[in-house]
Design a protein around this ligand. Sequence first.
Ligand SMILES: Cc1cc2nc3c(=O)[nH]c(=O)nc-3n(C[C@H](O)[C@H](O)[C@H](O)COP(=O)(O)O)c2cc1C
Length: 438
Amino acid sequence: MATRQMHLVGYLIAGPTWHNNGAWRNPESDADLALDPRRYERIAQILEEGKFDALFFVDVLTLFDTYQGSFAGQVAGPGQMFYLDPMLLLAAMARKTRHIGLAGTLSTAFYHPFHIARSFASLDHMSGGRAAWNVVTSSNSREAQNFGMDRLMDRNVRYDHADEVMEACDALWNSWDADAIVLDRERGIYADPAKVHYANYQGKFVRTRGPLPTPRSPQGRPVIMQAGSSERGRQFAARWAEVVFTLQHSKPDMQAFHADIKTRMERNGRAPEECIITPAIDIVLGETDSIARERADYLNSLVSAEVGVCDISNAIGVDLSPFPLDQPLADMDITEGARGVLDVVLQGSRAAGLTLREAGYRYGVSQHTPALIGSPKTIADQLQDMFESRCCDGFVICPSISPGTYVQFVKTVVPELQRRGLYRTDYTGNTLRQNIRG
Ligand SMILES: Cc1cc2nc3c(=O)[nH]c(=O)nc-3n(C[C@H](O)[C@H](O)[C@H](O)COP(=O)(O)O)c2cc1C
């Protein structure tokens, strides 16, 4: 039997900072090109050289103003910001690459299925079958207000709504049969009308008539990615997802999450190999372990604890600016609900008796994404260990410096994984779906 192969997905944000809030200050960073499409085209080419399955853009549709009731902290910091529309960048990247999958985030809470179905069918055509949709249900009312709503629907309702959006999109994607275009110049028939159908989808929340004006794309529907972590979010993943992006903090957590999603899939009548689970990992690479450690120390010296506190405020929806930075988290008087969210965001930092400043710093370093720091061999050892211990089916690789980490990773870690027989030496499929199933 062929050795099980690891899958790799590259993490991108169309903005200046990614996980480490000081990385943009490193002179090697390409943050100055955050508005330049060539930055993204170049990253796509680097990742394709490394035979990555896909790259994917996270996306959030607001500038946050929770901290001090102003967006000043996020803009000046800067905190994480999402400058450009990923769908347009993905179209540009599609034209500069041939194999790598191209994943964009669109929220079911804000976009109509018709818009979603048409965008991804178009991207799938433009990329020759490499489109993926990271389905998010959104979790923040600031975004809702940008779309004319006061607040989001409750979480469970958001997921019921999202199920309908998926069904409606499927009905639209299926509205053209694969062989509908006949292009018969002799008889003067471009497409066979009998092979184009109304979608006529009618749910409790969404309706669409169809057909989609866009003929069926190479993959039929884009590869579905998803990252919900709640009970209801996992149920949704088990039904729809082909790639799950997740944040887990220890090997046992990863193993439990991996097993949980695969078990839920089986209960839904899906084979476990129909979905790959890919936890996020931050990477700091050096020629030796000690060079990597020095690089991490330098990067961390650029981190702003205040920007970290601002980002935590935005993530939990509570303004933490009234609290003294040197107050221990445990002594902070915030409401029960907000306390729970804070605990989740800080992932146990409170247990370590941190002050708010220390928590902000830690958040600013990696947003609590587990980091691997070391030489190519050390990093390959750790990825191999997690992969072989059934923690996951691959990884979402998050660079500490863009594009430097990607360049180093592709030049050094990828060949090491290939030598060990753990990773493809070339793309084998014609579409993203074929590559992730390979
Ligand atoms: C690792 C990870 C990455 C995510 N990335 C995004 C994102 O880019 N944009 C977004 O709107 N939501 C993002 N989310 C939010 C989820 O997709 C989901 O919509 C939200 O967490 C609410 O679902 P839940 O309650 O099941 O977690 C992410 C969640 C996780 C765990």
